[in-house]
Ligand binder design. Sequence first.
Ligand SMILES: [Zn+2]
Length: 424
Amino acid sequence: MQNGLTDEIARQGPLLEELFATIGKATGDGVGISRDAYGAAETRAGDILAEFCRRHGLSAAYDRAGNLNVTAPGREAAAPDVIIGSHLDSVPRGGNYDGLAGVIAGIGVLLAVQSLGAAPALDLRVLGFRGEESPWFGQAYLGSRLFLGQLGPAEAEAMRRFDTGRSLADHLKALGATANGEGPLLPLDKARAYLELHIEQGPLLESSGDALAVASAIRGNIRYPAARCHGRYAHSAAVPRHLRADALVATARLIAFADAHWQELAEAGRADVVFTCGMLQTDSAEHAMTKVAGEVSFSLNLGGTDAAVMQGFHEAILARAEKLARQHGVRFDLGTRVGTPPTPLHPGLIARMRAAGAQGGGTVPLMPTVGHDAAMFARAGVPTGMILVRNSHGSHNPAEHMDMADFARGVTLLAQSVLAMAAE
Ligand SMILES: [Zn+2]
């Protein structure tokens, strides 16, 4: 079975590669890929996949929330045992692999299982979610939340797509879909696993030379998207240091402190923690080279897989902000705190996937990942596991690249993990 599976997935390779190319061509925007959430290009991607599935003997249809569902014929039980999912949409001017790779991987597993005649004693379902990326409606995971019944009509009415100005409810209606907000579209009590393959969105696999990793956990984050430091504008030549309330220097010192704290955590072995200040600006209507900055706006974004470590980091930043406010005579107003808790992935699935990967002789490394639809299933109580595939040039940009040989390894690991569950 092992060799048969590897051979079968290798045989599918050119077919799946062509599928990526066809969808990439149909959803290109001239610069990159734009599969707009609940829009035409996302539907085009779903339609191409559905048509491909039917041509190859699988059943494919959109569910009541507009997500693509693919099943093996005759195995359309209401409650799937294993769900393989990822998303159909992309960010504006994104790449062809973020999301789509996971949906095509699931289809590859169904095809391989089908042609090996290995119909496992499991109901497999592949879900292609819409609306995972946050730029379109300002929130992520819309398709998986709709599938799980966690997004109701009022919320769908209130959300607007940034470019069309239309509500999510309106976009859903145009697709013949609705937001019910009344529990999962399929009962999940029988679901033994939710599995997702996704390109790694960072450079770790590229630098380690590994093709695949199994995700250890999904990072949570603590974020302040609109923090401010209020000081006092003053003449740069006329005001001595001790009479200044320099908002820029105080903010720069706060960010330098956070970076140094992060370095300490990294040196102590906390490879999961990340810190980013992605936005920092003085007021362009007021600032000048010859003025002490009286006002700075900035963002703080820290992430990790351990809530206690994140909380400790967060408290250290708050304490330092207080100290710097006293030293510099400024006031920090961090604004609204947002974020998500870290989401552990299922230890049994992690072990099973790594054991399946070790059949080839190597070890599959473990690493934390970022938010995906998988997080919604894990939080809903479904045992959840993720496989990450090496890709160059990061993600969410037109240069995203995934080697098809790496992809085949990922599909093989996914299929092995599913078959191992069926054999239990
Ligand atoms: Zn993604």
